[in-house]
Design a protein around this ligand. Structure first.
Ligand SMILES: Nc1ncnc2c1ncn2[C@@H]1O[C@H](COP(=O)(O)OP(=O)(O)OP(=O)(O)O)[C@@H](O)[C@H]1O
Length: 441
């Protein structure tokens, strides 16, 4: 996977800087940092190693909003804080929970250099750890800001034992997220039981989830342990929860309230200790307002929420993920390794990906099988070559061409920035500037 952050190139996002911060910026630049300044409301999508927020009373007035904004960035933070603000109720705790380090103002050059250097190292370690929290065969790929923010959120939410609602389009990685939440929890060595609520015939759901006793109904020849009970000690993942019939919703709610089940035909209550994760690709709020989903169950399951972004909103991930899938299938099948042609890359970047990562994986697999030439072509992926685009501004064309050239070169030399720069006949600083401009990591 590509990571432009090398030891000699550290990128700092300085948010809501004061004049002292701007003076510091010059000194940091002299010490080899690339410093990007932004306001909290307009941080954009800067791929940085680390963020430094200058905390102000206005931030403290709405800490929840600040937390949400920090979370969306997917990067790790240090905070520069006026000493008097530390006395404000809740601020010390907020800093302890959300930042790698804090620096009381005014800036002390030697202290801040050491603090930022250390925090940058820690941020890189955490980024690596967040990826490793996933079981290796189920890595949540992607280095776009959306993917980083999601891994960051999953790492935070995983140890809490709260129910989590995972939302996102089909194929966008909801089940992968559920595995990540399980792997990062204290239950990681216990079972992970997945139930697709939409795939079980309605008359079987009760017995499938809660189990049954022998003779409970015609055909119940022996006792059956249900999926909830079999998840005891571990994690229960209820996929497509929006498809659960109303009657079952009431039973599930009762279980969530009491953490006890009764098998069908049984009389005994059985305590079960499970963490419940649920996923849906439907609009649950709409289902609640139309009476198709119980509001009380909605609130029970929606204690914490994680959203997986559609692939079309994570453009920067498309080519690196396709390359990863291609390498995976090459290793699996022994097919000849092939790169993607620039036409194929262009087609992938233009495609809308309604089936998200699942569709990408399938198309790449198909491309590996069908490709006959030296490279995988758009037609091998089942993507017509990029449709003739409408006439757009020259600037749009130039930007698109730049992005495609970058992706093509990185695809050829995935771990060698020097070669990428050489291939494109540009200097390394120019390459890093372009990667930054196009949000490519
Ligand atoms: N970020 C990702 N990195 C690597 N593989 C991914 C990623 N997202 C999804 N996939 C792969 O795509 C396929 C579909 O993912 P997953 O089953 O998690 O999606 P989902 O959102 O749960 O889909 P559905 O709603 O249809 O159940 C899986 O093979 C998964 O490994």
């Amino acid at each position: 996977m590509l990571d432009v952050a090398t030891a000699s190139h550290r990128r700092l996002l300085l948010v809501d800087p004061c004049s002292a911060c701007l003076e510091l910026q010059t000194r940091l630049s002299n010490a080899g940092w690339e410093v990007i300044t932004a306001t909290l409301d307009h941080m954009g999508q800067s791929p940085c190693d680390l963020g430094m927020l200058r905390l102000q009373p206005a931030h403290v007035a709405d800490l929840d909003r600040l937390k949400r904004t920090l979370n969306q960035t997917g990067i790790q933070w240090v905070v520069a804080v006026p000493r008097e603000l530390l006395e404000h109720p809740g601020v010390a705790q907020f800093i302890a929970e959300w930042f790698l380090d804090y620096h009381t103002l005014p800036f002390d050059d030697s202290r801040i250099h050491i603090a930022l250097g250390r925090a940058c190292g820690m941020a890189r370690l955490r980024r690596r750890y967040q990826q490793q929290a996933w079981p290796s065969e189920e890595l949540f790929l992607g280095n776009s800001d959306e993917a980083l923010a999601l891994r960051n959120l999953v790492t935070r939410v995983a140890p809490t034992d709260s129910p989590v609602m995972i939302r996102g389009e089909s194929g966008s990685g909801k089940e992968l997220v559920a595995h990540g939440l399980h792997a990062g929890s204290r239950r990681k060595n216990a079972v992970f039981v997945a139930v697709n609520c939409g795939a079980i015939p309605e008359h079987l759901i009760q017995s499938e989830l809660f189990g049954h006793e022998k003779g409970a109904f015609t055909g119940a020849h022996q006792r059956k342990i249900g999926r909830i009970e079999s998840a005891n000690g571990g994690t229960l993942f209820l996929d497509e929860i929006g498809d659960l019939p109303l009657e079952m919703q009431a039973n599930l709610l009762r279980f969530l309230q009491e953490m006890q089940i009764e098998r069908v035909g049984g009389t005994q209550s059985i305590s079960v200790d499970v963490r419940v994760l649920a996923a849906t690709h439907v609009d649950l709020e709409k289902a609640v307002s139309e009476g198709r989903f119980r509001e009380d169950l909605y609130y029970r399951l929606n204690v914490l929420e994680v959203r997986t972004a559609p692939l079309r909103e994570r453009q920067a991930d498309i080519v690196p993920m396709a390359t990863h899938f291609a390498q995976l299938y090459t290793a699996e099948t022994g097919y000849r390794p092939r790169n993607f042609s620039s036409e194929a890359i262009s087609a992938m970047l233009h495609h809308n990906w309604p089936g998200n990562a699942r569709e990408l994986a399938n198309r790449v697999r198909r491309g590996m099988v069908l490709a006959e030439g030296r490279e995988i072509e758009a037609v091998d992926l089942g993507l017509a070559s990029a449709a003739e685009p409408e006439v757009e501004s020259l600037q749009t064309w130039v930007l698109r061409a730049e992005r495609q050239a970058l992706h093509a070169a990185i695809n050829h030399f995935p771990n060698n920035m020097m070669q990428v720069a050489r291939q494109l006949e540009i200097s390394r600083p120019t390459l890093y500037r372009l990667l930054h401009k196009h949000h490519i990591r």
